[in-house]
Design a protein around this ligand. Structure first.
Ligand code: PLP
Length: 386
């Protein structure tokens, strides 16, 4: 049995998406910016896709700007949006962390609790202490490593106290897994990616509400200048097939009921195997299907565990691994877990399991059986504790 439990990294194409890509790749080749029939045909696919996303997210179609990926979307907004201060968190995806650092703007890193949640009081105080500054808050909706769900509804309540507040959210892991109703959230921008929802790699979008579109247009701010495609925010001929395939992916992935059932099944198994498997992620307020775990009775570190599971044909991830030096040896542990204050003895042993609607409960049973075998085969050494 070959099991893929690394769906937060990327997902397998849905069959219907694969079929669409194959048929459109030969049928639709026109440049969507050409005015002849082939161009108009290509453009129709882009505009239909824009409509699919705007209906799904409850926003205006003109507020969806297609990009090449979520990294590009995040770079665009965080580097280009005028702001005196960016407030963000150290558990964001590296494309957010690196974009805010490269933006040259002043940054405030929020402190996090053990599950990666920010504290409302700290955020509110910062906003109140900086009433004279334009602030950009960038906080992801669902964390890609531990799955914690940020209270993004709270962010727009801060507008009551501060008139120059921009709010951006990386919604890559949230799309189709958590409710995103842009007519209620009152945020300015979100970024999403196709390949996390059984769509193709190399296509994403950024939602830019009309207010921020006005500001960006006025200053001619764009990451890629050129032919003025995507309302001037993202020049370059659009990836027509990829965009149409992304829209198909959202149609098939939007029903997350089965994933939620798998999530409950996995939690039940965790309870059954509680002596052998410990959860770092929160139980609730968590993206369905994302579990960060470690094996308290085993001596395997994250990388060793990933490789041992791989030998059993199970793909999991050690998270966005980055290295931390400890003595002479290089220990790999997740920067997200460290930002949450998880002790290094645990962070160094933790792995991420991420499920999708393509997984089954039989795969979950098999996974726990293998985990039990590995805990017996590689027990803690006598003087070792977690
Ligand atoms: N943000 C989050 C939370 C992610 O999980 C990822 C992908 O790993 C990205 C951004 C980057 O997405 P993309 O691969 O589309 O650039």
């Amino acid at each position: 049995m070959s099991i893929y439990f690394d769906n937060a990294a990327t997902t397998k194409l849905d069959d219907s998406v694969k079929e669409l890509i194959s048929s459109l790749s030969s049928e639709v080749f026109g440049n969507p910016n050409s005015i002849h029939s082939q161009g108009r045909k290509a453009k129709k696919y882009i505009e239909e896709a824009r409509k699919v996303f705007s209906e799904f997210l409850k926003c205006d179609a003109s507020e969806i700007v297609f990009t090449s990926c979520a990294s590009e979307s995040n770079n665009f907004f965080l580097k280009q949006m005028p702001a005196d201060l960016i407030i963000t968190s150290p558990s964001e995806h590296s494309c957010v962390l690196e974009s805010v650092k490269a933006s040259g703007k002043k940054i405030h890193w929020l402190s996090l609790d053990q599950y990666g949640y920010f504290q409302r009081d700290e955020l509110k105080k910062l906003v109140l202490d900086n009433l004279d500054k334009t602030i950009l808050i960038s906080l992801m909706y669902g964390n890609n490593e531990i799955g914690s769900v940020n209270d993004i509804e709270y962010l727009s309540t801060l507008r009551e106290f501060h008139s120059k507040l921009f709010i951006h959210s990386d919604c890559v892991q949230a799309l189709t897994k958590l409710d995103i109703d842009l007519s209620k959230l009152n945020i300015d921008s979100i970024s999403c990616s196709a390949h996390k929802i059984h769509g193709p790699k190399g296509v994403g979008f950024i939602y830019l509400n009309k207010r921020v579109q006005g500001i960006l247009s006025l200053k001619n701010l764009s990451l890629i200048h050129g032919g003025g495609q995507e309302s001037g925010f993202r020049s370059g001929t659009q990836n027509v097939v990829g965009i149409a395939a992304f829209a198909q992916a959202i149609k098939v992935s939007s029903d997350n009921l089965f994933l939620k059932k798998l999530d409950h099944y996995f939690l039940d198994k965790l309870f059954e195997f509680k002596e052998l498997v410990t959860l770092n992620s929160p139980f609730d307020k968590r993206v369905p299907g994302i579990f960060n775990i470690y094996l308290p009775k085993s001596r395997l570190n994250s990388e060793e565990l990933v490789l041992q599971l791989d030998l059993k044909n199970i793909c999991v991830s050690s998270g966005s691994a980055c290295s931390s030096l400890k003595g002479d040896s290089q220990i790999i542990s997740s920067y997200v877990l460290r930002a949450c204050g998880i002790p290094s003895s645990i962070a160094e042993k933790s792995v991420r399991i991420s499920l999708s609607r393509h997984n089954t409960s039989i795969e979950i049973d098999h996974f726990f059986q293998i985990i039990a075998e590995l805990s017996t085969k590689f027990p803690l050494e006598l003087n070792q504790t977690c």
